[in-house]
Design a protein around this ligand. Structure first.
Ligand code: PGA
Length: 224
């Protein structure tokens, strides 16, 4: 498979105009890239506009949500359903990110329900886990293929990436076909996680907000 590079913009940038600028410079910079799939996960509110901006004959950027609820519709104030994300053209949904576990108290049980809802609509869940216990609990009763993102908490947003050796050990312990590495990925270390640690792709936070850095990162991965 092509390496999968997932950009998690988190709660950035602060205006639609900036989101469009960032998206368009990434899109133009990646025009000639081959052998890599790039997924952008912007805040929900930017999705419809960026989807329209994405029409480009040479390189397809896929979209993902950063979370979703487990029900399709109803009285769930503030939530967004997987059906809505699908309708807006998303193919992927990030689930169980450590920031949601920490600030919104998402549990493995909630994440398990979300994964099932996302799978039932044919969307691809990207399950974030920091250890094997979370992996096991979040996937309870799920037989379908789920993309896993191994994100050690100490490496997220700290500029202190996991060593290749430790990441490789974890990769070997996770018996799923598609596993991404996330946590302080940048253009310098990106390719190593794929080439040396055996990951199938990357989940990129901070570095995805700097178009030049993100383009460099994607190019380095494409040239593996
Ligand atoms: P980071 O974030 O690349 O800024 O460390 C990764 C993530 O939280 O998915």
């Amino acid at each position: 498979m092509k390496p999968l590079i997932v950009a998690n913009w988190k709660m950035n940038p602060q205006s639609l105009a900036e989101a469009k600028r960032l998206f368009n410079s990434v899109k133009n910079g990646l025009k000639n890239i081959k052998n890599t799939e790039v997924v952008i996960c912007p805040p929900f509110v930017y999705l419809p506009v960026l989807k329209i901006e994405s029409k480009s004959p040479s390189f397809t950027i896929s979209f993902g949500g950063q979370s979703c609820f487990w029900e399709e519709k109803g009285a769930f104030t503030g939530e967004v359903s997987p059906t809505m994300l699908k309708d807006l053209g998303c193919d992927y949904v990030i689930l169980g990110h450590s920031e949601r576990r920490k600030y919104l108290k998402e549990t493995d049980e909630m994440i398990n329900k979300k994964i099932k809802a996302v799978l039932s609509l044919g969307l691809k869940p990207i399950l974030c886990i920091a250890n094997l216990t979370k992996l096991k609990k979040s996937l309870r009763g799920i037989k379908d293929k789920v993309i896993i993102a191994y994100e050690p908490v100490f490496a997220i947003g700290t500029g202190k990436p996991c060593t290749i050796e430790k990441a490789k050990k974890m990769r070997n312990l996770i018996k799923c076909p598609v596993v991404l590495y996330g946590g302080s990925v940048n253009s310098q270390n990106a390719a190593d996680y794929i080439k040396m640690a055996g990951f199938q792709g990357l989940l990129v936070g901070g570095a995805s907000l700097d178009s030049e850095e993100f383009i460099k990162l994607a190019k380095n991965v494409a040239h593996i």
